[in-house]
Design a protein around this ligand. Structure first.
Ligand code: IMP
Length: 189
């Protein structure tokens, strides 16, 4: 089965291919420029914006999109849906979070991943939102993954997401949990 994966983020592509490796699904990326306007108020709506932007291609039966981010309780859920735009580079985004939590002991946080599947007419046919719980580390650690992974301590793993192997992240992450729901749905559709 071919499914269009509506993203320009190659880290997500790599993670999604690894999570889905035992399924017979070929993920096709949008051709050319992919610049969706993410003007939704929540992760699901923004994922729908991305999937709709890819449907112009009209090549596959289903269009899958992921919208995700880091939600920090002390910051009332920020950066949340603004995670990608919180600062101009990944390192500056990490520094901004560490600065905002300087001297703060209450560091609980979670990654959120919303995934939606649209059909080739633009109808939303499946949605799920899943989480990975943990806390913001006091300093960054680890080289794997991307984004905020070096400052996210994963509950039950005793290390940051960036210290986990990519195979372990593909089991415990918010994206792994969301994609596993999508894969169950795709199997029956
Ligand atoms: P999106 O591409 O609009 O969904 O932006 C997601 C942003 O949230 C990314 O650019 C990262 O900054 C952050 N993010 C999402 N998922 C992860 C993850 O698995 N690890 C680290 N950061 C993530």
């Amino acid at each position: 089965m071919k499914v269009t994966l509506a993203t320009g983020n190659l880290h997500k592509v790599e993670e999604i291919n690894l999570i889905a490796k035992d399924y017979n699904i070929e993920f096709i990326l949008p051709e050319g420029e992919f610049n969706p306007v993410e003007d939704g108020n929540n992760f699901i709506d923004n994922a729908v914006c991305k999937a709709k932007c890819a449907i112009k291609e009209g090549k596959t039966k289903y269009y899958l999109a992921d919208d995700s981010g880091l939600c920090i309780d002390y910051l009332n859920g920020d950066p949340g849906i603004k995670s990608a735009r919180y600062e101009t580079t990944a390192q500056k985004r990490i520094n901004k979070v560490l600065d905002k939590l300087k001297g703060i002991e209450e560091r609980s946080a979670h990654f959120t991943c919303a995934m939606v599947v649209l059909d080739n007419k633009g109808n939303l046919v499946f949605k799920t939102q899943q989480y990975c719980f943990g806390s913001v580390a006091k300093e960054q650690k680890g080289q794997n993954g991307f984004g905020y992974d070096p400052i996210f301590f994963v509950d039950g793993e005793n290390m940051t997401m960036a210290e986990l192997s990519k195979e372990r992240k593909a089991v415990v992450s918010h994206r792994a949990k969301a994609l596993s729901e999508v894969l169950k749905w795709l199997k029956n559709n």
